[in-house]
Design a protein around this ligand. Structure first.
Ligand SMILES: Cc1cc2nc3c(=O)[nH]c(=O)nc-3n(C[C@H](O)[C@H](O)[C@H](O)COP(=O)(O)OP(=O)(O)OC[C@H]3O[C@@H](n4cnc5c(N)ncnc54)[C@H](O)[C@@H]3O)c2cc1C
Length: 374
């Protein structure tokens, strides 16, 4: 009864999206999380804004905007009750940023329009420079979305402390499966995955009760949501590190609230709940989706890799082990497309997009990382 095709460890948006697409392809999936579905970590704290990335046309911007198009359509089609298409306004941080916005325009294929200062002021946004409005963007209810993704999928609250692979199956406590996906966010203690360079960035969100008439979400230095059912969410990820209370101090929202007060009228805001959590980013800020290299085996087979030797063959992977991680500050933008890619790889053998395949980071880590002796 406890045998599955795939066990996914981690019920944040990465694990839930991977599980969703695997189930769609007919696999028997079990999701395990020590805390609950989107109860801790990035996926509990996220404001879960889903909007395009602006910039000068980097490949990360291109990928992010592909993921945005996919996520927005996916949420609207399958989970419209948990995705509110409020629109998101991107407001320049300062004069210099405002000049950059003009340059960003030519690199932006996402549907958007300019809003001038008087239009911004008419919708209640204080003293801001000419901004972009992405009216197809929106906000998810993060825990509700994760729970909805897992509908019809087996889930257990369980802390994974050890894993073993015997006779073609992964064993996790009483559970076993042919394949294992680690979607554990910033924590990665089971295998040597240092080459992926996963690091946590701490963030905070406050949900405020208010009667403010605000029907659009916005992002400047921080994010402020539209008023949805009497609640405005204020949030940002800001501290690199892993110790919650030290990073946030006694009053994690103090700084954010004062920035929000410069953006909109917060005079009747009453704090209802505070969330804190860590988001996991990769070394190069692209997601990490696909198989895991057997680092010990590779360094034993080719010890000169650390001194620049080329790979003599394809990197050896740990059998039937996968990750879905490194979604950075845009987990709710990336997760649906990344979950789909991973499911297509696992079920149909479709190659993982090179931009997100963690292998891209391996050789550089071997050659440059201070973790290794040369
Ligand atoms: C304050 C804040 C605001 C954010 N705002 C946005 C936003 O507006 N838009 C957006 O798209 N993204 C946003 N993000 C980023 C987004 O939240 C993350 O990218 C995303 O949640 C990462 O999801 P995940 O599933 O990879 O990790 P997580 O949500 O951290 O999930 C990892 C899970 O693994 C579980 N786990 C770990 N180890 C074990 C174990 N040994 N056994 C069992 N379970 C285990 C944990 O309990 C956890 O539930 C924000 C993040 C923060 C912190």
């Amino acid at each position: 009864m406890n045998r599955y095709d795939v066990v996914v460890v981690g019920a944040g948006v990465a694990g839930c999206s991977s599980a969703y697409f695997l189930k769609e392809k007919g696999l028997k999936v079990l999701v395990l999380d020590r805390a609950g579905i989107a109860k801790v970590g990035g996926s509990s704290a996220a404001g879960a804004f889903v909007s395009p990335k602006i910039g000068k046309g980097s490949s990360l911007q291109t990928l992010t905007n592909e993921a945005f198009e996919f996520a927005k359509n996916f949420y609207l089609e399958h989970f419209p009750q948990h995705f509110k298409q409020t629109g998101v306004i991107r407001i320049p941080k300062d004069e210099l940023d405002a000049e950059s916005f003009v340059k960003y325009e030519e690199h932006d294929n996402s549907k958007r329009q300019w809003l001038d200062e008087s239009s911004l002021s008419s919708i209640g946004i204080k003293k801001s420079k000419k901004s972009f409005l992405f009216d197809e963007a929106g906000v998810c209810d993060a825990p509700a979305m994760c729970e909805a993704l897992l509908e019809g999928i087996a889930y257990a609250q369980y802390e994974v402390k050890s894993l073993s692979y015997e006779e073609g199956a992964w064993h996790v406590g009483n559970y076993s499966a042919s394949k294992l996906i680690l979607a554990t966010g910033y924590e990665n203690k089971f295998f040597d995955m240092r080459y992926m360079g996963v690091k946590g960035t701490w963030g905070t969100r406050g949900d405020y009760e208010t009667a403010l008439d605000l029907n659009v979400s916005m992002h400047k230095k921080i994010s402020v949501s539209a008023n949805i059912d009497g609640i405005v969410k204020i949030g940002a990820t800001h501290e690199k590190g892993i110790n919650t209370c030290i990073q946030c101090g006694e009053e994690p929202l103090k700084g954010l609230f004062s920035i929000a007060s410069e953006m909109v009228d917060t005079s009747d805001f009453k704090l209802k709940k505070t969330f804190c959590g860590m988001r996991a980013g990769s070394k190069d800020y692209f997601p990490l989706v696909g198989s895991v290299i057997d680092v010990n085996e590779m360094l034993a087979q080719q010890p000169k890799l650390v001194r620049g030797e080329r790979l003599k063959s394809e990197p050896k992977e740990i059998e039937n082990l996968y990750v879905c991680n490194g979604l950075g500050g845009r987990g709710f933008v990336f997760a649906p497309l990344m979950g789909k890619m991973l499911a297509e790889n696992i079920v149909e053998g479709k190659a993982i997009d090179e931009r997100v395949n963690p292998q891209r980071l391996f050789l550089k880590w071997c050659r440059k990382s201070p973790d290794l002796e040369r």
